[in-house]
Design a protein around this ligand. Structure first.
Ligand SMILES: Cc1cc2nc3c(=O)[nH]c(=O)nc-3n(C[C@H](O)[C@H](O)[C@H](O)COP(=O)(O)OP(=O)(O)OC[C@H]3O[C@@H](n4cnc5c(N)ncnc54)[C@H](O)[C@@H]3O)c2cc1C
Length: 419
């Protein structure tokens, strides 16, 4: 029986980061109680398949689980399916929606966030969906199918991945994006152009520089979406992929410092004693730039969970790995590593067949990031090496990064021959 009166480790948010942190606490030697509290009715799971394999039927919801139920039992992690409604940093306790109060020795806030919704008439119609949870994905998957029409709002990662999955399911797909290009500013324009060409080649009707203004129901089913260029699109389902809102309310109400996310230092400590935050919700100093940033990525959830757990048991670790994420679309993969926003210029390494790596360099010609796009099996080895260069903070000459004759492996090992 888990003790609920002696202060133990309490984790709010049973997503990827919270679930992994519970595991890492045991691995770090914590023998006291661990309470993992989440609002979803599922065991902690990984979200990347929700826009990909879960929609295409290549994975089941169960296969997305982070760990088995038995692993949680073996680790004596007490999972509460509840919303945490209050945090009291003076009394060092949290209150669950059912009124139960749990004192903490150390607290981790891993509350992630929720999908942003459209703020236009008709946005609440049942045909209009968002995608954040496994239940969202299961609902969306029921709407996919040959001959049906999907309108995706938003040309970011989730919108593009869903568009690709829906085309594979035989749907007619239109995608509208308010900007004149895809993928925002997180990815260089030429890589975004590669993604655009691929989606068009797969038959996605891309409408750039337009926004939806209203959604109205149609008989006998579906909706008509009005766009601000005067055109309209009929669809059976609308998927809104316009980003997420970090779940900061609990922290804000408790008086913690909150900006774009819950503000933490490099060791993931918040402004309140014994309270840590990690994952999508945490705003932390960028490992290369020191600039405050939030990362909504699998890698960030995974690595920050471990750093937070280590420090909750008295360790002194900091987040030092450069950010990294991937996005799968059709048979192509996009990867970004480091902090491309620090770059003042890029050097492109053309790998052939349209595959490319853009190395981002700062004014001192230091490598601060890389963005890559290409056919997945063909380019992955090169991209892995490019990532290694960023992780190892290798200072390579721009000409060498561009030149296929200079092997990235040699640059990573520091054995490239300088001429
Ligand atoms: C569809 C989709 C596809 C993705 N694909 C990729 C990809 O290809 N590559 C990549 O790198 N990343 C991808 N990501 C991002 C990655 O999955 C997230 O960064 C990661 O899930 C963040 O984990 P987290 O634990 O911080 O937050 P979450 O996974 O959001 O978990 C937070 C949990 O906290 C719970 N919670 C919040 N508030 C409370 C409260 N008050 N009380 C109790 N519980 C609470 C929430 O219900 C939620 O379950 C994808 C994300 C989505 C949604």
């Amino acid at each position: 029986m888990t003790d609920t009166t002696t202060p133990g480790m309490v984790i709010v948010g049973a997503g990827h980061c919270g679930g992994r942190a519970a595991q890492a606490l045991r691995e770090a030697g914590w023998t006291g109680s661990i309470h993992l509290i989440g609002m979803e009715r599922h065991l902690p799971y990984e979200r990347p398949p929700l826009s990909k394999e879960l929609l295409t039927g290549e994975k089941t919801a169960g296969a997305c689980q982070l760990r088995s139920a038995q692993a949680l039992i073996d680790d004596d992690v007490r999972l509460h399916t509840q919303r945490v409604s209050a945090l009291d940093t003076t009394r060092r306790c949290i209150t669950l929606a059912n009124g139960q109060v749990l004192p903490y020795h150390r607290l981790l806030l891993a509350t992630g966030g929720s999908a942003r919704c459209l703020d236009i008439p008709g946005a609440d119609l049942p045909e209009v969906l968002t995608l954040r949870t496994v239940d969202d994905a299961l609902l969306l998957s029921q709407r996919l199918g040959t001959g049906r029409r999907l309108l995706v709002v938003g040309g970011g990662f989730i919108g593009l991945e869903v568009a690709a999955s829906a085309r594979r399911a035989g749907m007619a797909v239109t995608l509208v994006e308010g900007a004149r290009r895809l993928l925002g500013r997180a990815v260089p324009a030429d890589i975004a152009a590669g993604a655009q060409a691929l989606h068009q080649a797969h038959g996605v009707d891309l409408r750039l520089g337009v926004l939806p203004t209203a959604i109205v129901p149609r008989q006998p089913g579906g909706v008509r979406v009005q766009l601000n260029d005067g055109s309209q699109v009929d669809a059976d389902t609308v998927l809104v992929g316009i980003g997420m809102k970090p779940a900061t309310a609990l922290a804000r109400t408790a008086g913690l410092t909150v900006a774009q996310g819950i503000v933490v230092d490099a060791a993931l400590r918040t402004s309140a004693p014994e309270v840590f935050a990690a994952g999508d919700v945490a705003e932390f100093p960028g490992p290369l730039s020191g600039q405050p940033m939030r990362q909504e990525t699998w890698f960030n959830a995974e690595t920050q969970a471990r750093v937070a757990a280590h420090n909750m048991v008295g360790g002194h670790e900091v987040v030092h790995q450069p950010p990294w994420f991937w996005s799968d679309q059709y048979d192509h993969q996009l990867q970004v590593c480091g902090e491309p926003a620090m770059g003042t210029h890029t050097v492109v390494r053309e790998l052939g067949g349209g595959d490319r790596i853009a190395f981002h360099l700062d004014a001192q010609e230091r490598l601060v990031g890389m963005s890559a796009w290409g056919l997945a099996p063909r380019c992955l080895k090169e991209v892995k090496l490019a990532r290694l260069l960023v992780e190892r903070r290798i200072n390579a000459r721009p000409a060498d990064l561009h030149d296929l004759a200079v092997k990235l492996k040699a640059l990573a090992a520091g054995t490239a021959v300088l001429t």
